[in-house]
Design a protein around this ligand. Structure first.
Ligand SMILES: Nc1ncnc2c1ncn2[C@@H]1O[C@H](COP(=O)(O)OP(=O)(O)OP(=O)(O)O)[C@@H](O)[C@H]1O
Length: 880
């Protein structure tokens, strides 16, 4: 992709030229002209002292330290061209960034880079109010943003020439930020003849190549941003709030006892768990599972109570085995196995079960999820368990190796979050589990004699239940492995029609799922450069008023990027407020050894007076840290934000999450539904916002609409400007200066610390790799080829040229033994990874939350190709 900026060099006079001057980019005429000038200059005897100064200072010494008074020679520009006053300034080309290097000419023999937007420099730097100091005494009135003047071509010839000799004055109309008296690192520092070098690269169509740091580019936030290509319809008036679609029914409509639950269980639900009536999916599933012994596929929206929809009938029927004489107990046998894709989800299901079983403590449930010693799991299994909740890998392992795990009594096999089970590559494990359990005959008579329990209360056959909020091909695939003549149970019978098979055997995926009706969804079309400031603005705004948002989740595509954003948002607070007053002390955060690096205050978007807690969660954290962090977020009684990967997208039930932000787009439409489903649960309100880049990504709006009952009508559109204005506040366009100042500050934070700089670079690189893993049918929307890496780097607080960002020792993909042996076999057969089917690639890629894909997979290749292209462009324009 072409870079949007160009180098525009202004002649600066007698300056020694480096022997290896290269001329690239632009028209051949310009290059020839430049060459001639250089030849002319180099034919003069060099000034040795100047050359020494230049050599010494090229990268190490601050510009102002070595640039002398205006009469002294100045360090050279990269390229110099002699051009005539103003005539060559092609405004349209300048604006579009297509003007060849060296084509702007002031008519003087000096080369001065034009700062495409000087405002950032003024916002936070140290410039004395009212002037741009350059070392000479001429002054030029400056009415507005200098960029605007240059762009419009109305500036008098040579008017932004700070190379020697002038001071540029602002009059009263100049924005207040210009006089705030602070100049950022490497911005406009004239100081005699050297201003040009200090600002080298400001002429670069929005880029500033920082002095002394030749590879750095500081681009202006608000220039060269692509605008949205779609004209989005704005809703004329606020739509009526939709009625919650996943709420419990009223007691008048339905009761648990009417569905066939015993009084004991119904009373426990009502008095201890505060659940007076079932939800729609519970109403549909409970009677079916109590009376019928068919396999079933339970499908309902996120947050609609699917866990209890399958647990209640299981517990009810196990309870019913007890008689007056004999009570079911932990040694009676293992009756049900629930399989879920993540440990977090297993633990959550186990917690729900444990609460349920408080009314029948003689029934025992436990987990087998790895992360703790297998021996202790074995010991618990040996003691006896009636309901087991397990991850697929661990269960398959126990079935193979743990003798005490007997499955002859198992009547229910529940596969929760079915599509994720397949996506995560557990297909083989599930098949093994189903085959293994299926091959064991179901005990009936013998066990009745042995235990005296009424096994008639249990299903006569082994029942498999598949459970999911979404119905994708993957669920069907799982259904084929595990279900026989299954009934499809849905909350709303009209939805069943929508997922009926088409004649060609596919399902209508577009209508196969929907978000809760009361969920308020929005999308923000935000240019890449503005992503980070916009996210900050959103969080600032969301937590500005205490109580408006209690908990928010920010979804990010990969673990490295989560780490970077966590560190950025939790930088230590300033000791004093902006007015110089001592800031109030914030209460000590309750952290322990496990959460010391994953829980902090979100200082960037909250204040000491109104602090917000920040947590991070991803699959590369140790299991005990993940568990402790999730607990901290879930149990937090103060406002809290969690930045996380998709590890938290499925099934997790976190109370009081009222805002979900998809900062990075989801990998598939189903993932989107699951992510936004962390809010608006069980009839509660919720909001969700997704970031989209202008251009192809705007097409995603129709996918959002298709998963939403009300379609596009219910989706709200935001622009970056809206969000920034609300988040950074101020009068007029003050938000622009505040956002710029904030961005420059975080860039300095990243530049000043090798640790954070590497984090930013890792985050950036992994983000691009992750971007390449979108499902194939959405890749035209999330298209690597249209990503502007330079702009994206800005959102990672980077000033590097994208092509030069190479982090050694990136986190390797965590491949299982099985993955490795498959790869080895493939290598032997000479098969390249690229030929692997989508499922394989995505599986590998996303294993453990995209901690990072293997270096040789196709996504990484696509990223490399993109990087190469970008580097080619950079060198063409001679950046840096
Ligand atoms: N009958 C009920 N009355 C009130 N609250 C309920 C009822 N049933 C479930 N809930 C609550 O609804 C929330 C969501 O339940 P659950 O986690 O089972 O949803 P889910 O459908 O499995 O969602 P997901 O698809 O996201 O996994 C939980 O907090 C649960 O306590």
């Amino acid at each position: 992709m072409a870079d949007d900026g160009m180098l525009m060099n202004w002649e600066i006079g007698d300056v020694p030229i480096l022997p290896k001057q290269k001329f690239q980019g632009g028209r051949w005429k310009d290059r020839l002209a430049a060459k001639k000038i250089v030849q002319k200059r180099t034919s003069r005897p060099p000034n040795p002292s100047t050359r020494e100064i230049f050599k010494e200072n090229r990268h190490n010494v601050p510009v102002e330290d070595y640039i002398g008074p205006s009469s002294e020679p100045r360090p050279p520009k990269r390229q110099r061209v002699e051009i005539n006053s103003g005539r060559n300034l092609d405004t349209a080309k300048f604006i579009s960034g297509k003007l060849p290097p060296g084509s702007i000419n002031t008519g003087e023999k000096r080369s001065v880079p034009i700062q495409e937007d000087t405002r950032p420099a003024f916002v936070s730097g140290k410039l004395p109010p009212g002037s741009i100091k350059t070392g000479e005494s001429r002054s030029i009135p400056f009415k507005e943003d200098p960029r605007a003047a240059v762009v419009s071509g109305k500036l008098p010839s040579g008017s932004i020439n700070n190379a020697g000799a002038r001071s540029t004055k602002f009059d009263d109309e100049t924005r207040p930020a210009y006089t705030s008296g602070k100049l950022p690192l490497g911005s406009i520092k004239g100081g005699g003849g050297g201003g040009s070098n200090a600002n080298k690269g400001f002429a670069n169509g929005g880029h500033h190549v920082e002095s002394g740091k030749p590879n750095q580019i500081i681009s202006s936030l608000f220039s060269f941003n692509p605008s949205a290509k779609t004209k989005f319809e704005e809703p004329e008036e606020e739509a009526e709030p939709a009625k919650p679609s996943n709420a419990p029914l009223t007691e008048e409509m339905e009761t648990f006892t009417a569905l066939g639950l015993s009084r004991r269980l119904a009373a426990h639900l009502s008095t201890k768990l505060d659940m007076k009536a079932p939800t729609a999916i519970q109403k549909a599933a409970i009677p079916e599972m109590i009376k019928d012994d068919s396999d079933a596929f339970i499908q309902a929206e996120t947050g609609s109570g699917k866990t209890l929809a399958y647990l209640l009938p299981v517990v009810e029927r196990i309870l019913a085995m007890s008689s007056k004489e004999v009570q079911v107990h932990r040694d009676s046998g293992l009756f049900a196995i629930v399989v879920a894709p993540t440990r977090e989800l297993c633990k959550q299901i186990a917690t729900v079960l444990e609460k349920l079983l408080r009314c029948a403590p003689w029934i025992v449930g436990t987990t087998a999820i790895g992360g703790e010693g297998k021996q202790s799991e074995k010991a618990r299994l040996r003691k006896g368990v009636n309901i087991l909740i397990a991850t697929p890998g661990r269960l398959a392992d126990h079935l193979d190796n743990t003798e005490v795990l007997k499955v002859n009594m198992v009547r229910w096999l529940v596969l929760d979050e079915g599509d994720r089970l397949i996506e995560e590559g557990f297909g083989d494990d599930i098949k093994k589990i189903v085959d293994r359990i299926g091959a064991t005959p179901v005990s009936t008579v013998r066990d009745k004699i042995l235990t005296g329990l009424d096994t008639k209360a249990l299903p006569s056959r082994r029942v498999t239940i598949l459970c999911s909020a979404t119905m994708s091909m993957k669920v069907q695939q799982l259904g084929e492995i595990s279900l026989k003549d299954a009934v499809h149970i849905q909350a709303d019978p009209s939805d069943v029609e929508a997922v009926k098979e088409k004649t060609d055997g596919t399902t209508d995926d577009e209508k196969a799922f929907s978000a809760p009706a009361q969920l308020k969804q929005a999308y923000a079309v935000v240019p890449a450069k503005l992503r980070l400031v916009t996210l900050t603005a959103i969080l600032k705004r969301a937590f500005a008023r205490r109580g408006s948002v209690m908990k928010a989740i920010v979804f990010i595509s990969c673990a490295d990027s989560v780490d970077f954003h966590f560190s950025l948002f939790s930088r230590p607070w300033e000791a004093s407020t902006e007015d110089g007053e001592a800031a109030p002390e914030v209460p000590e955060l309750t952290k322990n050894d496990l959460t010391k690096d994953t829980v902090a205050y979100g200082s960037t978007f909250s204040s000491k007076a109104n602090p917000v807690v920040l947590c991070k969660l991803h699959g590369s954290l140790a299991q005990n840290i993940r568990t402790a962090t999730l607990k901290a977020f879930t149990e937090s009684t103060v406002p809290c934000v969690m930045v996380c990967t998709d590890v938290a997208s499925r099934g997790l039930d976190m109370p009081n999450v009222d805002y979900v932000i998809e900062y990075d787009p989801p990998f598939s439409a189903e993932d989107h539904l699951h992510r936004v489903g962390r809010t608006a649960r069980a009839g509660k309100d919720g909001r969700a916002l997704i970031f989209l880049l202008p251009g192809e990504e705007e097409e995603y709006v129709s996918i959002l609409a298709s998963g939403y009952r009300e379609g596009k009508k219910a989706l709200t559109h935001h622009t970056a400007e809206d969000l920034l204005r609300k988040g950074f506040g101020g009068t007029g366009r003050e938000w622009e200066d505040r956002a710029t100042e904030w961005q420059l500050e975080v860039e300095r934070w990243a530049q000043d610390s090798p640790k954070y700089l590497e984090m930013a670079r890792r985050g950036f690189q992994s983000h691009i790799r992750a971007y390449a893993t979108h499902v194939a049918n959405e890749r035209h929307i999330f298209n690597m080829q249209t990503l502007h890496l330079g702009h994206l780097a800005k959102a990672f607080a980077l000033r590097d040229k994208p092509g030069s960002i190479k982090v050694p020792g990136l986190r390797p993909a965590k491949l299982t033994k099985a993955d490795r042996s498959v790869a080895a076999r493939k290598a032997k057969r000479g098969e390249v990874e690229d030929k692997a089917p989508e499922g394989e690639r995505v599986k590998k890629q996303r294993k453990l939350d995209l901690d990072l894909p293997a270096a040789d997979d196709s996504a990484a290749k696509r990223m490399k190709k993109k990087m190469k292209e970008h580097m080619a462009v950079a060198s063409e324009f001679n950046i840096g």
